[in-house]
Structures are given as C-alpha cells and as structure tokens.
Design a binder for this molecule. Structure first.
Ligand code: ADP
Ligand code: MG
Length: 250
C-alpha cells in the first residue's frame, strides 16, 4: 500500500505551471522528506495532494492504495486518511479546539454512531500531555491568537487524534525554537507506524536530526531533481542548493 504520485503537472488558475511532472511513491511505513529552495513548488505539491482550491491538475495522477484521489474533495480525502499540516495553519474563530477535533472524528464514524465523550477527552488529554500543551488549549478557538509554535503543536495534536494513513507536514519546523521542535518531533515519532506514511517538507536539515527520514528528495522548479538517503540532507546542509544551478537547471 502506498501513496503514489505519477508525473503530476499542476498550474495556478491563471495557467502558470508550478508542478512540472512530479513522480514520488510513499509506501506505508516510510518517512520521505522533500527539501528544496523557496518557490520550488513544495507547498503546492502538498496542497494539490490534499485537494485544495487554487490549483489545476493538468495531467498525472495521485493514487492512495491504488485508488485515484484527484477527483475527490478535500473533505473526502481527509476522511479517507490524507492529513496535511499547513505551513501557515489557519485560524477557525468561534470553534473550540476540542470541538473541532471531535467534529472531524465524528465525521469519520458511520451514521448513527456517536463519539464517547469520556474516552475522547481521555485520549485528547494524553496527547496534549505528550505535546506539553496546557489544557486551556481545548477551550480556545482553533489557532486564534496562538503563537507560531503553538499552532504547529496544535497541528500535531490534530494529527495524533485523527490517526491518518498518510501525513504531509509542510515546514512544520519553521519558526520553532529547539524545545518546541523536539516536542513536535516526539509527537511525529510517536505516530510512526508500518500502517502510516509520512511526507515531511522542510527547508532545513535540522528537523531531520529528530525525525529520521528513510528517503530524501530535492525539489527544484516543480520537479524532484535528486533523491537519496538521509545523507543527502546532510550534504545539502553543508553545500546548500548551489549544485542545482550547475547541474539540474543549466
Ligand atoms: P515552496 O513551498 O517550495 O516555497 P510554493 O509551492 O509555495 O513553493 O510556490 C511555488 C511557486 O508558485 C512560487 O513561485 C509561488 O509564488 C507560486 N505560487 C504558489 N501558489 C500561488 C498562488 N496561490 N498564487 C500565486 N502564486 C503562487
Ligand atoms: Mg512552502
């Protein structure tokens, strides 16, 4: 079982091509990291996989366990186990964190089944404890007035509660101090499983010190231009993306 992206091309609504043929397979049980310069299309790739508006897929496919997902809505993809933690998480005024996650879980249950409130809060609190989140965050509106680090931790809380099949984390490390980064990594590592695949998008190697990837890919100008093992991230940290200018984009 895997999430398979095949020769994916996508444009903005004005026709500007951003993804220029991305091919990538994320089997369950593996952690893949995508690195690359700003503007190379990493966030666009994550949003196209999750089904967000503003992008037009012009060719290619994305399959989950062999099934095409590109025709599905954002909601359907989410219910079917695709989870995207945003680079810039949105605020949801007027909806408490606890109710937001509960509604998302409820939407995954068969008609007529209800979430058990006691079990729900027990599970929520245990995850918040692991993420070192104060209980007051259950009652606060989703991400409203949260600091950058609190938003990122909150994304990981959602991930831990929803237990998705495939997880995409878009620069979840950006703006985090080292203590917050370690906590986020602890949450992600706790979710690693043979039944779950991860795509970590990051600009920096630092996150990968704490979440060890199985494979590292470099994206540039809308394509994966290099793939390797964890050592590739270290090499990029040392030498930067200069090699792209000479080789790949020449
Ligand atoms: P990355 O995440 O690798 O930094 P993005 O996917 O965010 O790259 O962006 C890739 C390119 O597409 C950039 O040049 C960016 O400005 C452009 N782009 C992406 N989304 C939009 C949008 N909604 N409107 C205009 N330009 C966009
Ligand atoms: Mg981005």
């Amino acid at each position: 079982m895997s999430l398979h992206i095949q020769d994916l091309h996508a444009t903005l609504e004005d026709g500007t091509e951003i993804l220029k043929g991305v091919t990538l397979t994320i089997p369950k049980g593996e952690v893949h990291a995508i690195m690359g310069p700003n503007g190379s299309g990493k966030s666009t790739l994550s949003k196209v996989i999750a089904g967000h508006e503003g992008y037009v897929v012009t060719s290619g496919s994305v399959t989950q366990g062999g099934e095409e997902i590109l025709g599905k809505s954002v909601d359907e993809r989410s219910r079917d186990g695709i989870f995207l933690a945003f680079q810039y998480p949105s605020e949801v005024p007027g909806v408490s964190n606890a109710n937001f996650i509960r509604a998302a879980l409820q939407a995954r249950l068969p008609k007529g089944e209800e979430i058990d409130a006691v079990a729900y809060y027990k599970s929520l609190y245990s995850k918040m404890d692991l993420l070192e989140m104060d209980r007051k965050f259950t009652a606060r509106a989703v991400n409203e007035g949260f600091s950058g680090g609190e938003k990122k931790r909150n994304e990981i809380l959602q991930l831990m509660m929803l237990e998705p099949e495939y997880v995409i984390l878009d620069e979840t490390d950006s703006g985090l101090d080292i203590d917050a980064l370690k906590i986020v990594a602890k949450g992600v590592n706790a979710m690693r499983s043979s039944e779950r695949g991860f795509l970590l998008i990051t600009h920096y190697q630092r996150l990968l010190d704490y979440i060890k990837p199985d494979h590292v890919h470099v994206m540039a100008e809308g394509r994966i231009v290099r793939s390797g093992g964890p050592e590739l991230a270290l090499e990029l940290e040392k030498d930067g993306y200069e090699f792209l200018k000479e080789s790949v984009l020449a």
